[in-house]
Design a protein around this ligand. Sequence first.
Ligand code: FAD
Length: 438
Amino acid sequence: MSAGLKICIVGSGPAGMYAAGAIVKKSPESAKDIIDKLATPYGLVRAGVAPDHQTTKAVTRAYDKVMENENVRFVGNIGLGSDIPLEKLREFYDVVVIATGTPKDRRLGIPGEDKDGVFGAQVFVYWYNGHPEFCDAVPNLDIDTAIVIGNGNVALDVARILMRTEDEMMQSDLAEHAARQIFQSPLQTVHVVGRRAPENAQFSSKELSEFAELTSATTYTDKAILPDGFTSEDKKQEKVVNTNLDLLRSFEQIRPGIKGRSIYLDFLASPVEILGGDTITGVRFERNKIVDGKAYSTGETYVIDCQLLVSCIGYEMGILEGLPVEKGIIKNDEGRVAEGLYVVGWAKRGPSGTIGTNRIDSQNVVDRMLADFAGGGNPAKLGPAGLDAWCREKDIHSVSFDDWKKIDAAEVARGGEASPRKKFVRTRDMLSLLKEKG
Ligand SMILES: Cc1cc2nc3c(=O)[nH]c(=O)nc-3n(C[C@H](O)[C@H](O)[C@H](O)COP(=O)(O)OP(=O)(O)OC[C@H]3O[C@@H](n4cnc5c(N)ncnc54)[C@H](O)[C@@H]3O)c2cc1C
């Protein structure tokens, strides 16, 4: 039964790691290489999850166990497309599982989106989390007002990180370059703007409740638009929404006007134009109303002046040669893309759900893949030996799991007592460290 398959998983985020874990259980003897374009594993757990949410990041302990399995290898610092084409991976391995996530910001699609001071969430979050490709994104935070577009947890993360004080960020792993900018910023006001009603917001109650605890900012919302209560056939959803509505009602009473910094949670508005010359100076919004659960413009417009906009409206797949992309995801039939080619995680179903959502999803795709290969793989495939030869030939300095453990230990040591880790944000510094350590 599927003995001795040679499998390459592209991407070491949650979806890739849950896929690897499922294969370890169900086809232990298969050779599993997990490649990642970064020298560091675990995708958005390192580069997306907010730096002040360290308990969420503890999920990596389970991923470490998978990585330590004798038939699993982490091969970091090798990008699909940039370092190796898909066709080569398919030539080397019986199965390639794409787990790249959705690495591109969805655009707002309004005039002015390319002005300085306008960022997608991916860029902004990767910047403050020290992702090597975005550590030079450098937003100007010498500003008084920021607008965050979106009504999901990522929008809340961005607003909260902008408003947290240095004391509040102790014990976080906020990248050093971002900490310098954020703590010195004279920022006074953040508007978080969603196009639908408060009861439609995708916030989780835990994330929303953190706004009641901020020590230097008060959160406001227009109470006139809050419904008395919310009912739904989905009782779980009903509970979350009612808790959120209670939170929205309570914020000002909990922390009235602390030090004058403000967060406004605005609803029922869509950005229609970004104003300014080369640099953003404001955003024109259109007021919305909800009809049959959908947001429609009322025609009324208004402007909020600002110097920074972060758009948190979701992500999509970029172009990767050989992969059919449709509606922002890799076109697939329950995870199957083509013979020997599968997809899991956000690349498969789009950017929704929590880390845990990827577990069942990846397990299902692995079941399907193992059933497809019940007759076994092709013994002529080179598997890991083919990848190693490719890296040697192309002079690619791949990073193993042992290498990552050295980087990890060095980051933790650099963090000292103040922080769980001080991240390296440049791959070249990680590679230099590995050279030093031998
Ligand atoms: C800002 C943010 C905060 C979040 N916070 C939480 C939270 O607090 N709690 C929670 O439960 N969920 C959270 N989520 C959701 C969670 O992160 C996702 O559900 C999960 O990470 C999706 O997993 P994935 O493996 O599909 O993608 P990713 O985590 O994006 O992993 C993709 C991996 O593929 C690699 N890769 C990409 N392209 C290539 C390539 N060409 N070649 C090789 N490797 C490549 C990347 O480097 C990355 O390691 C958050 C998401 C975001 C965006």
